[in-house]
Design a protein around this ligand. Structure first.
Ligand code: GAL
Length: 700
């Protein structure tokens, strides 16, 4: 009766029931090997565009082979998927004690089990909900594997929440009336993901450790980006309306204050129009950009240009780009469809001629993350056929790839900034930033960046007090991009004179640490090991119940524990073994939690037993191509130790063709029981260091 009234025939009901039965069935994922230790499974019909295609990854197959070929993680054989109602659901098993990391660039927490995320590219605004600058759908398990959902859709993730009735390990049912341990959210034994599409590819990365899973993820994506040496120097972003003369004066001031400076970021006002952008130099503020860029290069300072990709009717390339843009505007600007060759070619021709061709060294790609009310809506359509949702998830990847290729064609490395990215970005030479400006959140983001193949800078802008200024400066010097972003208020490193000395000291320490930091990046490139590393990626690390979201490793040996304004002491959780104070060489503890009271002058830094930290002399610019420098090599602790120090020309891609070398620095105990240091070229071309002084910081 009801059926007839609703106009549904019995046949269609039968069809619905049948398809429902078929659709309801979860099928085991069929994992097929795609590289050593990496498998792919397809559920339903994956879409034509996905994250790794957008990033145009090129797996580092030889490096993956060197990393070994572990077996498929046994537990993941019980992964399953199902398609129905134009949605794909995925299910991955979890054991009782397993912890999860990743699921995008999160700012509040590092441990993600029992959380729900909507992975959606956006400007992070305090919620830690999955709406973030890098909603990378990749997670790493403490059980030693990683999973990537290679979809450019907005995904919903239930990371160990949503208890299934067919749970293999159902938790005890508790009575809330009488049981204080009752939980609203009982533990589930699966990660489940909803993909709003008729199919998806999933990739599985073996460990056996979480670090190796991350290494495989990074190598599959092309290996980590290796910055030019200048990219690791200090960078200042100048106020929006600065002219060429103002910038020259800024460089004078940096020199006068004896403060390091390797590149300057020009903010929106270098262009005739911004929001939307013209990408044309403003003739009033920059009458001769070619001469200006040459002058800057002559002073050893590179230029980085701010932009957002949305084009103004006043741009000289507007007419040629216009036919190839999306249905909606951003600040009245048109949005080029970067999946099409033609607008890419227009941007390429213009940017190469007007920017790269005159000596510009990089870009800051702003506003590719979102803010719903500004960006195109999800109903937008693009001429390539893509809808607004997928275009939003990949736009940052597309723009990074485009610009990266321009520099690569010139055999010139770049180092820039981006505000929105996604999976597949490991090899892209860009560092993420954000406007939210909470120092603690910034450090947690830095920790989380290491799980998902992205880089992050806790940029400095302004501070209420000298103390806060110094604490922020200290932390940013231990990130992939040591940056002061003064676009709004013109702050300078010496804005608080009472801490100018300490700010200079930490910036110079970063300059001195170049050999160590550059080597950490080389390992990112060649082995996929992230330069900044969450403590949970350190073998044997136990957090003892204190979530390690405010400390991290830089390279293998240096533990960085930032101090925040208002703190005079803090707790630091040490991995197993003895640890030593970087500045004094004194032993500070062995595994477990210690309390440190470092004073205002220093950011707490600790070195593992046997750790070797090479330094170069302090200088205001990073070493240039061909420059040969002496090394001060510090050894910490009692144990013998070794470090393979990397070097190359610091600027080009010749390192990929073998033009690089490794110098083995080794501290050994002689027959007299004393430590001595030595070095020998271990591989490749000669490196740019000559003459070494060993300092045994703890003992001989
Ligand atoms: C913001 C960006 C800032 C600054 C500013 C310039 O979107 O996050 O870093 O570049 O634009 O208008």
């Amino acid at each position: 009766m009801i059926v007839r009234r609703l106009g549904i025939t019995l046949t269609s009901l039968f069809m619905l029931a049948m398809s429902g039965a078929a659709l309801a069935q979860d099928r085991p994922l069929l994992w097929k090997p795609v590289a050593p230790g990496i498998w792919s499974a397809r559920v339903g019909q994956p879409e034509t565009i996905d994250l790794l295609k957008a990033a145009r990854i090129e797996p580092q197959r030889a490096a993956l082979r060197r990393l070994g070929a572990p077996a498929l993680p046994e537990a993941l054989r019980r992964s399953a998927g199902r398609v129905g109602d134009h949605r794909t659901s995925l299910r991955f098993p979890l054991n009782e004690t397993e912890q999860l990391y990743g699921f995008g660039l999160n700012f509040k927490r590092v441990q993600q089990r029992k959380r729900i995320f909507n992975l959606h590219i956006d400007h992070y605004g305090n919620a830690d909900s999955g709406r973030t600058h890098a909603p990378v759908p990749f997670y790493v398990s403490s059980a030693g594997y990683g999973v990537l959902i290679n979809s450019a859709r907005y995904l919903t993730v239930y990371a160990g929440t949503g208890l299934r009735k067919d749970s293999e390990r159902p938790p005890q049912i508790k009575n809330r009336n009488t049981d204080k341990t009752w939980e609203a959210n009982p533990d589930s034994d699966v990660v489940e993901v909803l993909v709003p599409a008729d199919g998806v590819e999933v990739l599985l990365f073996a460990g056996p450790t979480p670090l190796e899973a991350v290494q495989r993820y990074n190598l599959y994506n092309g290996g980590g980006a290796l910055p030019p040496k200048w990219g690791l120097g200090f960078t200042q972003r100048v106020p929006t309306l600065y002219t060429d003369r103002d910038v020259n004066r800024e460089v004078d001031e940096f020199d006068r204050h004896d403060f390091p400076l390797d590149f300057i970021g020009l903010e929106p006002g270098w262009q005739t129009r911004s929001y939307p952008c013209s990408f044309d130099w403003d003739p009033g503020r920059f009458p001769d950009p070619g001469r200006f860029a040459r002058e800057m290069l002559g002073r050893g300072v590179r230029l980085n240009l701010w932009l957002n990709p949305y084009i103004s009717p006043d741009s000289t390339i507007y007419d040629e780009v216009k036919p190839h843009t999306g249905s909606h505007t951003v600040w009245n600007g048109l949005v080029p469809d970067l999946l099409l060759r033609s607008p890419r070619a227009s941007y390429s021709r213009h940017f190469k001629r007007e920017h790269l061709g005159i000596g510009v060294s990089g870009y800051k790609i702003d506003e590719v993350d979102g803010v719903d009310g500004w960006l195109w809506p999800d109903v937008a359509r693009f001429p390539s056929g893509l809808g607004g949702e997928q275009m939003r998830q990949i736009y940052g990847l597309l723009f990074q790839r485009l610009t990266t290729d321009w520099f690569r064609e010139r055999n010139q490395r770049t180092w820039g900034l981006v505000r929105g990215t996604n999976a597949g970005a490991s090899a892209l030479p860009y560092v993420i930033y954000n406007d939210n400006y909470d120092h603690r959140d910034f450090i947690t983001a830095q920790v989380n960046s290491s799980f998902i193949g992205v880089l992050w800078t806790p940029e400095v802008r302004a501070s209420k007090t000298a103390e806060e200024w110094l604490r922020r400066m200290q932390a940013v010097c231990f990130s992939p991009l040591a940056m002061l972003n003064a676009w709004a208020d013109g702050t300078k490193p010496w804005t608080f004179p009472e801490v100018e000395r300490q700010v200079r000291e930490v910036a110079m320490l970063r300059m001195r640490l170049l050999p160590y930091i550059y080597t950490a990046f080389a390992r990112y490139h060649f082995e996929g090991v992230p330069p900044i590393r969450a403590m949970y990626l350190v073998p044997g690390f136990k957090d003892g119940g204190r979530e390690a979201k405010d400390q991290f490793m830089l390279g293998d040996s240096l533990l960085v524990a930032p101090i925040f304004a208002g703190q005079t002491s803090r707790q630091v959780t040490l991995p197993p073994g003895d640890w030593f104070d970087f500045y004094t060489g004194e032993r500070v503890g062995s595994g477990g939690v210690i309390e440190v009271t470092p004073g205002l002058d220093q950011i707490p830094l600790f070195v593992r037993d046997g750790g070797i930290i090479p330094l170069i002399p302090a200088a205001r610019r990073m070493p240039r191509k061909g420059e040969v420098l002496p090394l001060e090599i510090r050894h910490y602790g009692q144990r013998e130790g070794a470090l393979d120090l990397y070097d190359d020309d610091g600027e080009s891609f010749d390192f990929e063709k073998g033009a690089h070398g490794w110098l083995r620095l080794q501290a050994r105990r002689g027959d007299d029981g004393k430590l001595t240091g030595g070095s020998s070229q271990s591989a490749g071309r000669p490196v740019g260091y000559r003459g070494e002084t060993w300092r045994f910081m703890t003992s001989r």
